[in-house]
Design a protein around this ligand. Structure first.
Ligand SMILES: [Zn+2]
Length: 243
């Protein structure tokens, strides 16, 4: 399973070819309009698990109408079980903190009321995000591209949350340090496609390479890593009653 992919950014033909990879894809959205497209794609492909939301990079003064749109989509499509990509970003968007806080509070509230999971972005905001999840007893969350403090990983595991690994592991030292110590049973893999990281455009086909990076970091075999992460993926989907 690709646990975090912006499938809405691809045209229909490319979506079709990605679906030929035959894996579950948690398709996150960036705003109301992309959430509509994500839901629409998920109606065509059984393996697409839609997530709707408002990315912290897209949070601005118009956030109320964006959130209202997302909430309407949730009410109209009860198969949507995940909010994402949502969260806080103190690193790349520090100037919209005030709006972001209000938006994230809104999504936490929605998750609690509707029993949804969250697919979270939290650049330089890991502690704030985790505190908000803990305070509100959110049972299920994916911490996408977790590069927060390595000593919080045990806490995250105790809460039953997941962290993801992606192809940036090949080059991002901070990420490698976290993944190296993270328990394998809280790990999922993601592409974050089609994000461009240091000139490298992510694609869901890189999931397999990501297993290899994890295996190398942890001194385990590729098959061992792949098997464990597949089990984690099924567990996540069962917890959400998607399977
Ligand atoms: Zn993303």
């Amino acid at each position: 399973m690709d646990a975090h992919c912006h499938l809405h950014e691809y045209g229909d033909d490319e979506v079709e070819s990605i679906m030929n990879l035959s894996m579950y894809i948690i398709a996150v959205s960036d705003n109301y309009n992309s959430s509509i497209r994500t839901v629409e794609i998920s109606k065509r492909y059984r393996l697409v698990i839609p997530a709707v939301g408002l990315h912290p990079w897209n949070v601005g003064p118009d956030y109320k109408s964006e959130i209202a749109g997302v909430e309407r989509l949730l009410s109209e499509n009860d198969m949507v079980r995940i909010l994402g990509e949502v969260g806080l970003d103190r690193k790349f968007r520090p100037h919209t903190t005030q709006y972001q806080d209000a938006v994230f509070r809104g999504f936490i509230e929605m998750a609690r009321e509707r029993g949804l999971a969250l697919n979270i972005h939290a650049a330089n905001a890991w502690i704030d995000v985790l505190n908000a999840l803990y305070r509100n007893d959110i049972p299920l969350a994916i911490l996408h591209w977790y590069t927060g403090p390595a000593d919080l990983v045990k806490d995250i595991a105790d809460r039953g949350y997941y962290i993801t690994a992606n192809p940036a592991l090949a080059v991002q030292q901070r990420y490698r340090d976290v993944v190296k110590v993270a328990p394998l049973d809280i790990m999922l893999v993601e592409s974050d496609a089609p994000y461009n990281y240091r000139g490298f455009v992510f694609h869901p086909r890189e999931i397999s390479a990501t297993f290899r990076y994890i295996a190398e970091l942890k001194g385990m075999s590729f098959d061992e890593v792949r098997k464990s992460i597949m089990e984690n993926s099924y567990k996540f989907l069962r917890t959400l009653r998607i399977l």
